[in-house]
Structures are given as structure tokens and as C-alpha cells.
Ligand binder design. Structure first.
Ligand SMILES: Nc1ncnc2c1ncn2[C@@H]1O[C@H](COP(=O)(O)OP(=O)(O)OP(=O)(O)O)[C@@H](O)[C@H]1O
Ligand SMILES: [Mg+2]
Length: 505
């Protein structure tokens, strides 16, 4: 009606000015302000549009599952992105959605109009103009707008990360870069291991999970305490006890990507630093079998140095450690370089990162690597214990405590610690016999018993051997005792003399 009136009453040359005036008047009396977020900003894609779309997709999907439906209709668009296993919901064309942020209500409207004329552009534009209109009450605008948009961006990033399959990166190409100058190669990460499937002591598991949760939620804490937002875990234990499975479970639990760093492919400390700089936040950087991947002579040299080089070069150690200088020590990374990698200034060039090292021989590692701040949590992955066995039985046979007779449970518990079987060994027995649960349980018990018998026999043999040696030594003893006695006496005499000297002085 207004438009018709406008066309009949107002001459065409004044129509635009009148419309502007009318809009201004309307704005003066309206208690709302409106923000348009268009899909294409000039010729570039508007990041904010995508963020709003993702953010509203989570609200839209939740409004359909709950009865408090604030969208005006139940028609939602569904999409699934490339390389993604999740479906996202979207607001359909010209639909509205109410949202509440910090107690303030706002309304979003998705506006789709046909693009009138194809303007010149280097790339084809969509045939429709799409955009969101945000309506906020004028009095609420100053204190929520900025915070609300930040919140939306953050939330969208989170959803994007969750929807996208996580990636497993590797530096197996050596130092060469791909076409985008990236040193890492990636594949979708689909490892099914989770903390539920991981067989380990439940209290230890809960402790690790809560530590991870605290880390992921700890941005404010790390900022307040002046610490880089990173954490180190050392997983150690015999082969087949679940170290790699634990890393996969961590990544699945936190929704992080994994960077599997192959140290043998890295030639210099500076290359190591470059790799670190190209890792993203919210990731787990893994070095498996750390004792096998770093040159022990370098390590000894570094440890002999007592970390002085680190002090010399500062914690960032921009020059690398002893031999960290690529000229002096080409084709080798040093312990110092690795320490700087995990704990130096460069280690915080991103944030929210977890370093995980694994080893079968913790005793071979340099203490500098193990100290808190580098490896904050040391997790011993042990042979299969009774609680771990119960988790495996549940996972592989679907059996809970109640499904297994107390007598069998007692038999299993009596032999499990002595058998020292790894979860990998037991899993293998369960997989082989998974078609028949009773047989599987019998086979597990039999394997545990035979392992325990074997261990006992070996121990007995060792004891016998020691006894024989002892006997042999006893036969030779008069000579030895004489020597020892002389040696001892000489030593006492020497000490006595030294003491006298010191007293004289
Ligand atoms: N704690 C565990 N819980 C569940 N499954 C396990 C566990 N430990 C081992 N397994 C099973 O055994 C297989 C080997 O385990 P994994 O590779 O995690 O061992 P690892 O400790 O990393 O061994 P290595 O030291 O040789 O690298 C896995 O595929 C997994 O199925
Ligand atoms: Mg492993």
C-alpha cells in the first residue's frame, strides 16, 4: 500500500530521497537496530556469514530436538561438508530464529533474494544474494554486540573442528615442502581408540582424563600464571601396553589433530623448529619411541654439558644447543634442540598443544627431558592388571562382572599379575576366539596360567644359577677374603693418613 502510494504521489526523481528520509524517521522511532551480514563482501567471502551460519546451525538443530522451538518454522536445510562425517543444520531461506545471549534476546533472519544484475567479477557470483540480518534492541547493543559476535566466531570454530574429521600429520617427506610450503602431510585420522576401550587402571584413567579436561579448559589459568598453554605427557612401558592407543584416545577425547613427528626424518634443529611453527593449535605432537629416535652420542654430549648450552642461548636457544648449530653438526638434531622444541620460546608459537613422548625404556632418557614443565605427567602403561582385564572382557566379549562366575574371576585375578601379559597379548587371544565367549575366557585363563608357569620356571632357573655361582665363589673364598682384607686394610690406612693430613693442615 505504501509503495503504491509512494509511486502515485511522489515524483520518480524524489522517490529515492523520500525513501531515505522515511528510513531515517523509522530508525529514529524504532527501538531496534539491524545488522546485515552478507555472504559475499565485495568479491570476497564474508567469514562472519559462515560463522553465523554454523553457529545458528547448532541452535537450529537443538530447537528441533527440544520443544522450545524458537525458529518460526521447522524447515531446516541440511548440509554435509567435504571430508566431514557430521551433518549441519541451517536456517532455511527467509526464516527467523531467536537467540538469547547474556540474558538479551536477539533475532536472526536469513534473507535470500535473487541477484538482479551480474556485476563484473573475476569469479562467478552465486545467483542468489544471501545474508543474515541481526536485530538487537538499541539499548542492548553497546554491551553485547562485540561480545556476541566474538562468541559466535569462537563457537563456529569449535563446531567446524568437531564436524571436520581430525587429521593425522606426518613429516615423512623429510625436509621437503608441499606446493603450499607445508612440511607436514596429512590423512584423515580415524583411529577408533577411546578412553572407554582403553584397558588400564580406572583411577589412573580418570586422573588422565581430568588432567586433559583441565588443560583444555585452562586458557585463563595458563594466562594468569604466565605459563605457555601446553602440557607434556610421557607414556612409558613394555611394548603392547597401549601407549599408541592412549594417544589416539587422547586425540578423540579432546578432538585434537595429531602431528606424528618422525625425528629420524629431521636433519637439523632449525628444521625441527620450522616443523613446530607449522603445527596448529589444539593438537597433539607425538614423538614415538623417543629413546630410539635421537642420537645417543649427541644426548650424552648434551647431558654432559648439563644444559649449560641452554642457559647460554636462553631457553629459546635460537642457536640450537651444543652442536645445535647446523654448520657444526649437520644432519643431526640434538637433545638440546629437542628440549627447546618442547620447552623453549618457540614451543609457544601456537597454543593449546600437548606433547606426548613414548618409550619402552624410561631409564635411557635424559633427566632433562623428564623434568616437570617438559613432561608434566609420566604415565606408566603396565602389563594387564585385573581391572584392565575386565575392561578387555567387556569390550571384546560384551561381558560385565555379573556375566562371569565368581570362581572364574578369582582364578583370573589369582594369576594375572604373575603372568605379566600385555593387553595386546590378551586382546589377541580374545580376537581369535571371539565367536565363542566361553572358549575365549578359557583360552585367556590358560594363556595366563602358562605364562605364569613359564615365568616361575625362569625365575627358579635364575635362582638356581645364582646359588651355583654363590657356591663357586664360596669355594674360591679363602683367596678372595685375603685379598679383600688386605685391600680393606690398605684403604683404611690410606684414609687414616688422609685424615691425619687434613687434621695437620
Ligand atoms: N591398554 C590397552 N587397552 C586396549 N587395547 C590395547 C591396550 N594395549 C594394547 N592394546 C591393543 O594392542 C594393540 C597394540 O597396542 P599399542 O600399539 O597401543 O601398544 P604400544 O604400547 O604403543 O606398543 P609399542 O611400545 O610397541 O609401540 C592395539 O591395537 C590395541 O588393540
Ligand atoms: Mg606404540
Amino acid at each position: 500500500f505504501c509503495q503504491t502510494l509512494l509511486h502515485t504521489v511522489i515524483p520518480p526523481e524524489l522517490r529515492f530521497a523520500f525513501l531515505k528520509l522515511f528510513q531515517r524517521l523509522f530508525n529514529c522511532f524504532s527501538s531496534y537496530c539491524y545488522y546485515e551480514i552478507t555472504e559475499i563482501d565485495g568479491v570476497n567471502t564474508n567469514e562472519l556469514y559462515n560463522a553465523v551460519q554454523l553457529y545458528l546451525s547448532s541452535s537450529a538443530s537443538s530447537t528441533t530436538t527440544t520443544t522450545t522451538n524458537s525458529a518460526t518454522s521447522n524447515r531446516l536445510s541440511l548440509t554435509r561438508g567435504l571430508n566431514s562425517s557430521a551433518i549441519t543444520f541451517g536456517l532455511s531461506n527467509n526464516d527467523r530464529l531467536c537467540d538469547v545471549f547474556n540474558g538479551v534476546s536477539v533475532v536472526w533472519e536469513h534473507i535470500v533474494t535473487p541477484r538482479q544484475s551480474q556485476t563484473f567479477s573475476w569469479r562467478p557470483l552465486p545467483e542468489e544474494k544471501r545474508g543474515f540480518t541481526l536485530r538487537i534492541n538499541k539499548r542492548d547493543k553497546p554491551h553485547i554486540l562485540e561480545a556476541y559476535l566474538d562468541f559466535i566466531t569462537e563457537k563456529a570454530n569449535e563446531i567446524r573442528r568437531k564436524n571436520q574429521d581430525r587429521l593425522l600429520y606426518t613429516n615423512s617427506r623429510g625436509g621437503s615442502l608441499d606446493s603450499r610450503g607445508h612440511p607436514w602431510e596429512s590423512v584423515p585420522f580415524k583411529h577408533p581408540s577411546t578412553f572407554d576401550t582403553l584397558a588400564m587402571d580406572p583411577t589412573k584413567k580418570a586422573e588422565i582424563m581430568s588432567d586433559l579436561r583441565d588443560f583444555a579448559d585452562g586458557q585463563a589459568f595458563y594466562k594468569r600464571t604466565g605459563r605457555a598453554w601446553k602440557r607434556g605427557y610421557l607414556l612409558y612401558g613394555p611394548p603392547g601396553t597401549g601407549k599408541s592407543s592412549m594417544i589416539a584416545a587422547m586425540a578423540n577425547f579432546l578432538g585434537y589433530d595429531i602431528y606424528d613427528l618422525e625425528l629420524t626424518e629431521v636433519n637439523t634443529n632449525s628444521e625441527l623448529r620450522k616443523l613446530l611453527m607449522k603445527t596448529s593449535s589444539k593438537s597433539i605432537i607425538v614423538i614415538e619411541d623417543i629413546d630410539c629416535s635421537i642420537n645417543l652420542t649427541n644426548r650424552k654430549k648434551s647431558s654432559f654439558d648439563g644444559g649449560k648450552s641452554e642457559m647460554r642461548n636462553g631457553p629459546g636457544g635460537l642457536q640450537g644447543g651444543p652442536g645445535g648449530d647446523p654448520e657444526n653438526n649437520s644432519n643431526s638434531i640434538t637433545l638440546s634442540g629437542l628440549l627447546n622444541f618442547t620447552d623453549g620460546l618457540w614451543s609457544c608459537c601456537g597454543s593449546e598443544r600437548i606433547f606426548v613422548f613414548t618409550t619402552n625404556h624410561i631409564e635411557k632418557l635424559d633427566p632433562a627431558l623428564l623434568r616437570s614443565g617438559r613432561m608434566d605427567m609420566h604415565v606408566f602403561m603396565s602389563y594387564c592388571s585385573f581391572p584392565s582385564l575386565k575392561i578387555l572382557l567387556k569390550n571384546y566379549l560384551g561381558w560385565d562382572d555379573g556375566d562371569i562366575g565368581t570362581e572364574v574371576l578369582e582364578k583370573l585375578s589369582a594369576v594375572i599379575d604373575e603372568a605379566e601379559m600385555t593387553p595386546a597379548d590378551i586382546s589377541e587371544v580374545l580376537i581369535k576366539n571371539r565367536r565363542d565367549n566361553d572358549k575365549a575366557l578359557r583360552e585367556v585363563l590358560e594363556s595366563l596360567r602358562s605364562r605364569a608357569r613359564g615365568r616361575r620356571r625362569r625365575l627358579e632357573a635364575e635362582v638356581e644359577e645364582m646359588a651355583e655361582e654363590e657356591e663357586k665363589r664360596a669355594l674360591d673364598s679363602p683367596k678372595e677374603v685375603g685379598c679383600a682384607a688386605t685391600g680393606g686394610a690398605a684403604e683404611v690406612e690410606l684414609n687414616y693418613k688422609k685424615g691425619g693430613k687434613e687434621e695437620d693442615n
